[in-house]
Structure formats: C-alpha cells, structure tokens
Design a protein around this ligand. Structure first.
Ligand code: AHR
Length: 537
C-alpha cells in the first residue's frame, strides 16, 4: 500500500492526541463566524504558464469492493437501466465531468490480473486476494472496460501485470487489443465482438512494485521495466505517430529515502535509455491519511480533524517538488511526466461496511481536498501532466456512490465538474495574501487559488476558502484586462462534514455566485469553507 508520510504515532501519543483533538473540537464548536477578511488578488496575464492537461482530472477504477461490480457493471440482465451491462446513470454522471482517462484494473489487483479470464463467453471465476478474498466473476473484462470508456468518452490507462504475470502475457494482451492485421489474437478479439483495434492511450508497467506489486528492489524493477517497455507493443496503426501510447513506470509512494532512491533509479535508467525501450511517465502515489492504518472518520468529525486532513493533503506539494527535483536532474527537458495516478483521502472504513472494500463517506472536507490537490497539480503542470483520483465509484474518495439502484454524486464529484473549464487551459499566475487559518493544532493558508485561460480565451479563477469561520471578500485585479462581467458557482454546505446521501442528495451542491465588476476589478465574497470558480470576460 502507499505509505503515508507520518504514520508512526504510538498508542500513548495517539491517546494524548485524541484528547487534544477533542478539547480543540469543543473550542472550535464555540468559535463564532467572524467578520469577513478583505483580500487583494492579482492575476498576472503577462506570464502565461504551461497547459493544465485535461489528464490531471483522470479517474482510477479498481476491481475492489463495489468499484466495478455494482458501481459500473450490473450486467445486461439487471433491472437497473444499463447499456450492455453498464449503468446508464453512472455514464450520464461521468460524461458531465468529462473524464479524460480511466486507470484500470488496479491498483494491487492489476498485479494479480490475468486478462484471459476476462474475455470470451464462459469466464473463469477467480479470487480477489487483495480485497477481501471475494470471488472475482471476471464478467467485467477487456471488452466491457473498453465499452464503458466508449460510453463515457474517456481514454484507456491500462495497468499491466508485472508482479505475477509475464512479459509474454502482457504482450499478448496488447496484441489482442491493438493488432489490425489478422493475427490469431486479433481474430479472437473480432470473434469476441470487436474487429477494429482498440486505442490504448496509456500503459502502466506494474503497480506499487515496491510493495503489493512484488516488493521489488529498484534495480530489479528497472530490469523488468526495460523488458516490458520493449516487448509490450501497441500495434494500432492509428497510434504509431503523435497518438502513440505513453508508457508509465512505477514511481514512488512517499518522500522517504527508499522512495527517493526509487525515483533516482528509474530516472537514471531513463537518462541512459537506448532506442530499445522508453518511458513517458513516472507514477506517484500519495494518499491523504495522516496516520496508518487509516483512522480518521469520514463522518461526524469536527473542525480539528477537518484542518488536520487539509494540512496533510497540502503535503502533496512538497512531495511533488521533491520528486520533480530528482527528475529534473536526469530529465531537464521534462520529457517524462510525473503521473499522480493514485491520490485522495483514505479514512477508516465506514461502520458496517466490509473493511476490505474501502468504503468511506465523502463530505465538504473532501471537496476542499480535491480542490487543493487539483490546484497543486496545476501549479506543477509543467511536470505533472496526469493524475487519477482514487477511486471513481464506491471506493475511497469517490465521485459517485451507489447502492443497488440508488445513486448519489459526492461533493468531490462537484469539484471535478466545476473544474471542467480548466481542462487543457493555460495556467496564469496569481498573487495574494489571505493570511492563515488555524485549528486542531495546525495552521494553513486561509485561501488557495489558481487561474487559467481556456482554449476560447476566457479567463477562469478558482478560489478555495478553507476557513470555516470567516468569509473572505476578494478584490481581483487584472492588469492588462478590463473586465466587463464575472459569474460563477460556489460549493459550500452547512458543516465541514456535510455529505450528500441517497436520502438527501442536494446538501452539498454548487450554487450560482454573484461577482461584481467595480472600478475595473472583480469583487467576489467567498463563503466560509467553500470552493468557488468564476469566469471573467
Ligand atoms: O487504492 C487502493 C490501493 O492503494 C491500490 O490498490 C494500491 O495501488 C494502493 O496501495
């Protein structure tokens, strides 16, 4: 599993911490909402930055709990409305957030996955030893995954099995999926219903090979990487040029020396790579968990836990900076993207759920986590060009929760929706100082913000007011631009732990926000604990 940065709190320290947390909660409950702060924010249109790749808004869907079964796949005979077994309601919801790519089938599951079990008429029943030892029916396999992507309009990010598979098995899978010529495998694909070659945008070579993916040393992994990179080929004629499949190596899962050594080893190998192998990405996994095993509750928490989780999530910035610096040494031209293909909150299992299914609630706090991380990725957009939140449905920091025919979209979902204008937009620097906010023994910047120009030239500004007690009035200066109008949406809720449930699905939903244009500036008031996106013309 991905290892959190600070997971060594002992039992005694833990008890003291809990006591302090409870005392702070009492104090916080008594904190009144104070007068709003005024902040000047300046958007520097003269220094456009890199493109914020749409791939930063990618999803991760593993065969884990009800991530796939029940979440995406219900089967063609289900009373739940579906198209060839894939839930229609889920497809509609995902289309609205313009999912650019989906990473599949794992996670740890990927290094146990044997693709032949998931094709053809009579599927093998296997086991899912990583996630509760439940039966894996394999009814959702290659063709179902590609059909799902087709329905939502996303690209495939396939993780191949390096841990318990072979280069031969992975090479056959790619030939099966991508060969246009009538090879035996291509004919088998056609017999299974898809004569045209599939497009595979991204190939992950293993998953967490330093842990669940085989506990490999960096050198051993690098030797495997070269072999898989060389022999696992994409034969799709449409993907031989600019649209070539991009290969992503396993990267670090934290900032400790064993992970910086891992990045060094892979990037050093990359620096000396020959014509015979190559990579275009290095993955990074980092969960917001505070301590291991995950023990923060996803429901019924107070302001201290809210602040502590946000503080912990902000560590993503230094983690990216640390590994980017190593990558810069071996790849100064930034050819290799840092791909944050597992990120998000990881809380204690929801009471009554199977702990192996990683079920948790999703609250306004998760919305703030999503916004803060997306902003960090955007600020590192020159190196971070892809990211996948864990996980898309019913698992960890999900976009969507389902229970049989019921469905609800989460606060995190709405953040992804509000950020659609930032897909492939050009980063524009902003400058401001909104002071700090403190609670639960931690202090963090009160406001976070990014700006970007979309492909049609419109300017977008995202502002997250993390302070749950204080509104912030922002006066936006736009040197070189005379704004005529500004409008947008804001996401907030009565409490930091407000959630959308099947019974009350509209507790945390974006609402229109009024922004004034005054003296050549845009003035907008950010509610306490809110995520706001406005466009300015
Ligand atoms: O997302 C859950 C698990 O976390 C993934 O399977 C694994 O890659 C990571 O440790």
């Amino acid at each position: 599993m991905a290892q959190p940065v600070d997971r060594t709190v002992g039992v005694f320290q833990g008890a003291i911490l809990q006591l302090l947390v409870s005392m702070c909660a009492l104090l916080a409950a008594a904190t009144p909402v104070t007068a709003q702060t005024k902040v000047e924010l300046s958007v520097d249109l003269s220094r456009p930055g890199p493109k914020i790749s749409r791939n930063l808004f990618g999803q991760f869907a593993e065969h884990l709990g009800h991530g796939i079964y029940g979440g995406v796949w219900v089967g063609p005979n289900s009373p739940i409305p579906n198209t060839r077994g894939i839930r229609n309601d889920v497809v509609v919801a995902l289309k609205a957030i313009r999912v650019p790519n989906v990473r599949w089938p794992g996670g740890c599951f990927a290094d146990d996955y044997h693709w032949r079990n998931g094709i053809g008429r009579d599927r093998n029943q296997t086991l899912n030893p990583n996630w509760g030892g439940v039966i894996e029916p394999n009814s959702f396999g290659t063709h179902e995954f590609m059909d799902f992507l087709d329905q939502i309009g996303a690209d495939a990010y396939l993780s191949v099995n390096v841990g318990s598979g072979t280069p031969h098995e992975a090479a056959d899978w790619l030939e099966y999926m991508t060969a246009a010529q009538p090879t035996t495998l291509a004919k088998e694909r056609a017999a299974n219903g898809h004569s045209a070659p599939y497009k595979i945008g991204y190939l992950g070579i293993g998953n967490e090979s330093w842990d669940c993916g085989g506990n490999m040393t960096p050198d051993y992994y690098v030797s495997q990487l070269k072999i898989y990179s060389r022999f696992v080929r994409n034969y799709n004629p449409a993907q031989q040029g600019n649209d070539a499949m991009l290969k992503v190596a396993v990267g670090p899962g934290g900032g400790e020396p064993r992970f910086t050594e891992w990045t060094e080893a892979v990037m050093k190998a990359y620096q000396h790579h020959t014509w015979s192998w190559d990579i275009q990405g290095l993955s990074l996994h980092s969960y917001t968990v505070v301590r291991w095993p995950p023990s923060y509750s996803s429901v019924g928490f107070g302001e201290p836990e809210y602040a502590q989780i946000l503080k912990s999530t902000l560590q993503m910035d230094e983690l990216i900076a640390k590994h980017s610096a190593i990558m810069d040494t071996y790849d100064p031209k930034k050819n290799v993207a840092l791909v944050v293909d597992e990120w998000g909150t990881w809380y204690a299992p929801l009471a009554g759920s199977n702990p192996a299914f990683l079920v948790q609630q999703n609250s306004l706090r998760d919305a703030m986590v999503a916004a803060l991380n997306l902003n960090i990725f955007a600020r590192h957009a020159d190196r971070v060009r892809m990211a996948n939140i864990a996980q898309m449905i019913n698992v960890l920091q999900a976009m969507i929760m389902t229970d049989d025919e019921k469905i609800v979209v989460t606060p995190t979902y709405y953040v992804f929706k509000m950020y659609v204008p930032f897909h492939d937009a050009t980063f524009v620097p902003v400058k401001f100082d909104a002071g700090t906010y403190s609670a639960g023994g931690v202090t963090l910047p009160r406001v976070d913000a990014i700006a970007a120009k979309d492909t049609s030239g419109a300017l977008w500004l995202e502002m997250t007011n993390v302070d749950p007690n204080q509104a912030v009035e922002v006066e936006v200066a736009l040197p070189g631009m005379t704004p005529k109008s500004a409008a947008g949406e804001t996401l907030t809720a009565p409490k930091v732990d407000s959630v959308n449930s099947f019974e009350a699905p509209n507790t945390v939903v974006p609402k229109p926000i009024a922004a004034k244009v005054q003296g050549g500036k845009v003035v907008v008031t950010l509610a306490p604990k809110s995520v706001t996106v406005i466009s300015m013309q």
